[in-house]
Design a protein around this ligand. Sequence first.
Ligand code: G6P
Length: 368
Amino acid sequence: EAAEKGGYPHFMLKEIYEQPKAIHDTVQIYLNKDGSVNFKDLGWTEDCFDDIDHILITACGTAYHAGLVAKHYIERFVRIPVSVEIASEYRYSNPLTTSKTLCIVVSQSGETIDTLAALKEAKRLGAKSLAVTNSISSSIARESDNVIYTMAGPEIAVASTKAYTTQLVALLLLALYMGQLRKTVKPELVKEITDALKDLPKQIEKVLKENDYMAEVAERLIKAHDIFYLGRSIDYAIAMEGALKLKEVSYIHAEAYAAGELKHGTLALITEDTPVIAVATQDNVSSKMYSNIEEVRARGAEVLGIGYEDDAEIGKYTTETVRIPRVDPFIAPILSVIPMQLLAYYTSIKRGNNVDKPRNLAKSVTVE
Ligand code: G6P
């Protein structure tokens, strides 16, 4: 097993560090030389979305969180309404799925029974289907009309890291591809984003240099009972994944909140004993995000901000700030989740937990 860990103390850390390669591998297979996106195996044509009036994304756990980010991607680039449903809920919700629905299922293992059952239900109701999975010839891959693969390689740690970021990359490429076909996104913009995706492995390497800093910050989180994760827009979806990662491996209660919603309910829970992680990468809402950080600071909370390296403002409001390179706001989530993965990892090991096999969790859940 030590050999399989390639010198890392745990699979989770190894897999966090494998993200540049996993992302490189996922990006390069779906790109044309001119920077356009190519999923030619799908056999989709220009007019194949004319009959689609709704896109349903359904998944569980971390893959569900990837779906929440993909909603932003698809609605922006494809201009078709997207709903994202937890697979175990979708199935029993008397869904409004029709033959005009495209159902996208996301699953690292391709074997999650809830996701497979949701896919079958969507198909029964007439939906067209597409799976995004890391697992060739898995049950979900076989059941779907079409499949696209993430190139994360085997993921051993129960808490998903590289599978999640490759799902974000694949779903962003998919959204660009659909937009390309429907002409709802300009080729120049596609090229700009795919160029940025090609650069992403390098940017991730830079963010991984924050490893020691995150280990230090984790030291201060180990005694906390509750930690809040705040964000707006795509950063809210990322905050949900950050909170899940922490809960899964550290066993500390964490809650992600849409930053603007705090004042409508939970602000009373924020005290000097509730550390806050605040993600601020979406420029259109950054000033609002700063006021939300001020709000929680005023209640005594310590705040770790996650912001761009050239953001001169954020540091004025936070207790600590971890920086990511300036990238397109659609790509930022793929960088901002990395410090949160490291934070979860270090909080877990500093509390003496079995980080690769957290209690009561399984890598792939094949019972309902
Ligand atoms: C399990 C794992 C989670 C994972 C979820 C979905 O609950 O513990 O880490 O996100 O299943 O797995 P999938 O293989 O469908 O992505």
